[in-house]
Ligand binder design. Structure first.
Ligand SMILES: [Zn+2]
Length: 166
């Protein structure tokens, strides 16, 4: 199910919403547009001896699959706060510095529901010895050429573009 199909009724007046486009809903009785937005996410590229830290997902969706550390931006987080929080939660490390790389538009599937996401990528310097916790089951250091084992295409594309054959 696409996100737009999830919103059937106007949150103000409860009337049926009309789908105007892939991202726009309209309530005729309120004469108001309701725009959908992507969910921002932060993704950390952590490098040691030419290898990138891959994290294995401990929970659904994509449980057991390989990923990069990071996650959704909390409601009142900025990107840096989200990155710092996720690295502490998932790896038990402190974020020392983060260099912005780029962002991508992507999709995240969960129980038949498609969420459009906006992953933002940062190359991160950390302090501490990363250990898996929270929603990470395991970590491994991988050569960038192993990018295809990562479950998200947008993560694969960033590794391929910036780290392959470097
Ligand atoms: Zn309305």
């Amino acid at each position: 199910m696409k996100e737009i199909d999830f919103y059937q009724y106007c949150p103000r007046c409860k009337n049926k919403l009309e789908q105007k486009s892939i991202q726009l809903l309209f309530c005729e009785s309120c004469n108001r547009n309701l725009y959908l937005s992507p969910k921002p996410c932060v993704t950390a590229i952590i490098i040691r001896d030419g290898k990138i830290l891959f994290s294995q997902r401990a929970r659904e969706p994509y449980k057991g699959q390989w990923d990069l550390p990071g996650g959704f931006v909390d409601y009142t987080d900025n990107l840096e706060e989200a990155l710092s929080r996720e690295l502490k939660e998932e790896l038990g490390v402190e974020l020392v510095s983060a260099k912005y790389i780029e962002s991508r538009s992507g999709v995240y599937y969960w129980e038949g529901y498609t969420q459009v996401v906006l992953p933002t990528f940062f190359e991160c310097q950390i302090s501490g010895d990363p250990k898996p916790s929270d929603d990470v089951a395991a970590i491994e250091w991988h050569d960038p050429k192993d990018y295809k084992i990562i479950c998200f295409i947008h993560d694969q594309e960033v590794i391929k573009k910036y780290y392959l054959n470097n």
